[in-house]
Design a binder for this molecule. Structure first.
Ligand code: ARG
Ligand code: ZN
Length: 461
């Protein structure tokens, strides 16, 4: 539908034979692939099966270095790509812009070689850590710190530490029991390994339907700040409810932890695991954020089972993405007005499209609301978030939940958030940042909810 709208605009422009700009910033087709888009394409075109599958063997992080880099010219990019392909570096975050930026890890065994390579190519690196294992060891405070608060709240979850999946789920169940008129908890499916995927509905509406707002966290296992922040939002909407005037006008549906198996795997076996735990002889796991059924199989998604961005054998092949799809599609189209999917890291507020370098017809509205959210955060905690469409800001990646939410579920305000930080700790964000990150994410939720409600009121008048 949107595609044909674009084709129409394009055809009109062609037949008119003029160089008139597109109305607003609609689906402006550009083919400005970034370095990273080309890199993804090149990597995926080569067969990786049978090669070192470093993602399935937990890396030894002792003495591993973390770096930030800006790739200023083609030579820089060539060297960088070669290091990715030969698996001497592990890229944690990448974004485009005038200069390609990346945060990447180098295992201890490769540090010397890799540094030499960058030195020879005249590439300056900023070293963020000389021992990633130390970051991991210091990320999460010991159990006793967290035990203190159990008695007060009746649940074991805190925002002083990262907790296991069952503690997150018990927290939801506790709310269902103690806030009967406000909270309902439901199992929306099971993971590959049979763990429940839970959703909490927070609504004071009774049977009356309000504009609905969907939030999910923990699609990617290693992005621990995501479920921690999403549970923070849940707590605000329940225990601090009176602080938010929009709360009584919206039905919230929140899945704090979509990739339960991957999260547990990342807690107990491999801190940097990203995908779900789909079985596979050679390599396990499907990237759930490449598995959604809109433009599935396109750019930035790999067919190779060992890659971190493996898209799976078909759209919605995974029970975790199916659960989200089936839950949302049980409702009439038009019920959900906002969708937030929470990731880390990099500090971005992104809207569709992710599958290609285009923005939807209402791209200017998505940008406007995103800008407002970023401004609210800046004011609150002085943290800077960049706003833009995701393929243009980071890289093209098809099969994301945001694109599906926008195009298929027709949820107008669809965003992907990349929370803190900008790479100082990356995925291994110390637990002391949960509260400030929760606070600022709640400010984003507030802006999106309020702007969504305003738009609804305008429609009715
Ligand atoms: N870092 C996220 C990922 O790689 C960004 C997703 C943005 N959305 C998209 N449809 N590409 O999954
Ligand atoms: Zn992610």
């Amino acid at each position: 539908m949107r595609k044909s709208a674009w084709v129409t605009i394009f055809t009109v422009c062609l037949t008119a034979g003029q160089t008139v700009g597109f109305p607003e910033q609609t689906e402006n087709p550009t083919t400005e692939a970034s370095f990273f888009d080309d890199a993804f394409a090149e990597i995926d075109s080569e067969q990786y099966e049978g090669r070192a599958n470093f993602r399935d063997v937990p890396a030894n992080l002792t003495g591993a270095h973390l770096y930030r880099v800006q790739l200023k010219n083609n030579e820089h990019k060539r060297v960088f790509l070669d290091l990715i392909k030969t698996e001497q570096i592990d890229v944690w975050m990448q974004s485009r812009g005038k200069k390609a930026k990346a945060v990447f890890m180098v295992l201890a065994a490769n540090v010397e070689k890799v540094n030499m390579r960058f030195y020879e190519a005249d590439i300056t690196l900023k070293r963020l850590s000389d021992n990633v294992q130390k970051l991991v060891d210091e990320e999460n405070p010991s159990e006793n710190v967290t035990k203190l608060s159990n008695s007060k709240t009746g649940y074991a979850l805190t925002w002083k530490a990262y907790h296991k999946a069952s503690v997150i789920h018990d927290f939801l169940d506790n709310y269902a029991t103690n806030y009967k008129d406000l909270c309902t908890v439901e199992k929306i499916g099971n993971t590959v390994e049979g763990r429940p995927i839970k959703i909490i509905k927070i609504s004071s509406g009774g049977d009356k339907k309000r504009p609905a707002f969907f939030i999910d966290g923990g699609i990617h296992a290693r992005e621990w700040i995501s479920p921690a922040t999403v549970t923070y939002i849940i707590r605000e909407l329940v225990e601090n409810r009176t602080a938010y005037s929009f709360a009584d006008e919206v039905d919230f549906y929140i899945v704090p932890l979509m990739n339960v198996d991957g999260y547990e795997h990342s807690r107990t076996r491999d801190r940097l695991w990203r995908k779900n735990r789909a079985p596979g002889a050679l390599c396990k796991g499907v990237d759930l954020n490449r598995n959604f059924g809109y433009k599935w199989g396109g750019k930035g998604s790999s067919s190779s089972v060992c890659r971190g961005n493996h898209r799976g054998p078909s759209a919605f092949s995974e029970p975790e993405s199916q659960a989200i799809r089936d839950f949302i599609l049980k409702f009439d189209i038009g019920t959900f007005k906002a969708y937030l999917t929470v990731h880390s890291f990099g500090q971005y507020i992104m809207y569709p499209w992710g599958y290609d370098y285009m923005t939807p017809p209402d791209g200017t509205e998505l940008q406007r609301v995103g800008d407002l959210a970023a401004a609210a955060v800046k004011k609150l905690t002085n943290t800077s978030y960049k706003v833009g469409s995701s393929a243009k800001l980071l890289y093209a990646a098809a099969g994301g939940s945001d694109d599906w939410a926008k195009a298929v579920a027709e949820i107008p305000y669809a965003y992907t958030l990349e929370l803190r930080d900008k790479g100082d700790y990356g995925f291994i964000l110390p637990a002391k940042f949960i509260k400030p990150t929760g606070l600022e994410t709640m400010a984003m939720v507030q802006v999106v909810a309020e702007e969504m409600l305003k738009a609804e009121r305008l429609k009715k008048n």
